[in-house]
Design a protein around this ligand. Structure first.
Ligand code: SAM
Length: 498
């Protein structure tokens, strides 16, 4: 079990009073009265954005006090739209960016503060050589709360390179700025060290797992560096064009350029990249007419590639065993032109309910949903039993979601090795229970949104050993670091003929 780094004697709470602080930086923290009036004046000192320090400190502390943390974006939507909060759109955007940055770099902020105070056995001069993996084993997110908010937000702002005005109370801190530059220099000298992981907001203890992935996928050092750098920000929001609804548009409005322009007219920052539509920030996609009419779906590029691995055709009988809210189900149905059947199952009814809503919006009429909990093989519907099973089965297994931690940075701090073992057991079980439903000569596809070898290649190879009727056709990582999207895994296996 992880232990918190407790408040140190020379803790962040003495921020601004440290004997080591040069006299000049004392003045960087204006007196309370002055700070309040600056915060109240919004865009004082000419900076863009108008989030104020009290609001961000309040938001962060509310977030930290959540016992069970929902995805940050969903939580923020609720907080920033609360009727009593007077956050302007501009403010909300700044606050939201700051919260995401804080989640990404909270561990780095703790490490920097430890180095500043030479506590927990770390010092800045030997930062690159320090055993950050052991330090990480002892760290937990609550450690960020032992630091003075001014110090915390100073580090977050420095690392994020953002001109947020709410940290103006600490915008001059020579001692911290000097330490920061020193560490950045050490990271540049050793870009694949545990310190570099910390720098990119990735737990140093993940280094051996990432190295294992790099070796397995033949990622070069620069691929791995790119992967780490990608963790510092969001991927674009990728959009999929739904063929089932596209024909409802006038013929001259169907090509990608026309769709992009139409989205832009509705205020969506739509771009065309490598023959795919995406939106940066995702603002407005959900309320655009094209989305509401089911012409476009939000689906990450790597997830679209997983669905494509099934090569769905009209007339196919497909089982999407872990369908969730139907991201891949709908992509499969779109390729089938409402001919054939997609059976979508999941452990949770509420997800299937959402899937049904989405299927109706998308015009997918060949999707049927059932609850299934993988305790036993699925009872095949009659028409499927008649042909000895499904043509294609997709197991999009529950996983650590490590490949999506870029868009959901909180998850990287919650994941631990006990979870990992439990997940692998679930993955093995679901795959084993799904396999009998594949017809002879049929296809079984296993997918996760994780880059961890233990959740991917290891699961597939154990399955193949125990199920000699299946042979591996292909397995690969999709997306990051090659593409600017999530990082996912897909394996295609074929069942022998009878
Ligand atoms: C990676 S998510 C699926 C995402 C979905 N395929 C999509 O594209 O949006 C994994 C899903 O597996 C479901 N699941 C977890 N344990 C399960 C079990 N024992 N039996 C069936 N489904 C399960 C979860 O509820 C979750 O929706």
């Amino acid at each position: 079990m992880r232990k918190s780094h407790g408040p140190a004697k020379n803790s962040g709470s003495t921020f601004g009073k440290s004997k080591q602080r040069p006299a000049k930086s004392q003045s960087s923290r204006p007196p309370q009265k002055q700070r309040q009036s600056r915060a109240a004046s919004g865009s004082a000192n000419g900076r863009r954005g108008s989030g104020d320090e009290a609001r961000i400190i309040q938001l962060w502390s509310q977030w930290q006090s959540q016992a069970v943390k929902p995805p940050l974006d969903r939580w923020l939507r609720g907080q920033l739209r609360a009727p009593r909060q007077a956050d302007s759109a501009d403010n909300s955007r700044t606050l939201s960016e700051a919260m995401f940055s804080a989640l990404r770099f909270q561990q780095l902020a703790c490490a920097l503060e430890d180095m500043l105070n030479e506590r927990n056995g770390v010092s800045a001069s030997h930062a690159a050589e320090h055993d950050w993996q052991s330090w990480d084993e002892q760290w937990q997110p609550a450690a960020a709360d032992t630091m003075h908010p001014s110090a915390f937000w100073y580090w977050i702002q420095l690392r994020s390179l953002q001109p947020w005005n709410f940290v103006r109370m600490v915008r001059q801190d020579e001692q911290r700025a000097h330490l920061f530059a020193n560490i950045e220099h050490q990271v540049k000298a050793k870009p694949l060290s545990p310190l570099a992981l910390l720098w990119h907001g990735v737990r140093p203890s993940f280094l051996p797992l990432l190295q294992q992935r790099a070796k397995r996928s033949q990622w070069s050092d620069s691929d791995l560096q790119r992967f780490l750098q990608m963790q510092n920000g969001f991927p674009p929001l990728w959009l999929r064009i739904n063929d089932l609804r596209l024909n409802e548009l006038a013929a001259d409005s169907r090509d990608l350029k026309a769709l992009q322009l139409r989205l832009q007219e509705e205020g969506v920052s739509a771009q065309l990249r490598d023959d795919h539509l995406c939106a940066s920030g995702g603002r407005g996609v959900n309320s655009s007419e094209l989305y509401r009419n089911g012409v476009i779906e939000i689906q990450d590029l790597a997830s679209q590639q997983i669905a494509a691995a099934l090569a769905a055709r009209p007339g196919d009988k497909i089982w999407d065993a872990c369908a969730g809210a139907g991201g891949k189900t709908l992509a499969l149905a779109a390729k089938m032109n409402n001919k054939g059947a997609v059976v979508a199952t999941d452990l949770h009814q509420h997800k299937l309910d959402e899937l049904k809503r989405r299927a109706s919006r998308a015009g997918a009429r060949n999707v049927r949903t059932f609850l299934w909990d993988a305790a036993a093989p699925l009872r095949l519907p009659q028409e499927i039993a008649r042909q000895q099973g499904f043509d294609k089965v997709l197991v999009d297994a529950p996983c650590s979601s490590a490949g999506t931690w870029r868009r959901n940075p909180d998850a990287r701090w919650r994941f631990n090795s006990a979870d990992s073992n439990e997940l692998q057991q679930i993955q093995r079980n679901i795959l084993t229970q799904a396999a009998p439903a594949v017809r002879p000569d049929g296809i079984l596809v296993y997918a996760t949104c994780s880059w961890q070898v233990s959740e991917n290649e290891d699961i597939v190879s154990a399955f193949l050993q125990a199920n000699p009727a299946f042979s591996l056709q292909s397995q690969q990582m999709l997306g990051a670091p090659e593409d600017d999207c999530d990082c996912m895994f897909v394996a295609v296996m074929k069942k022998a003929g009878s």
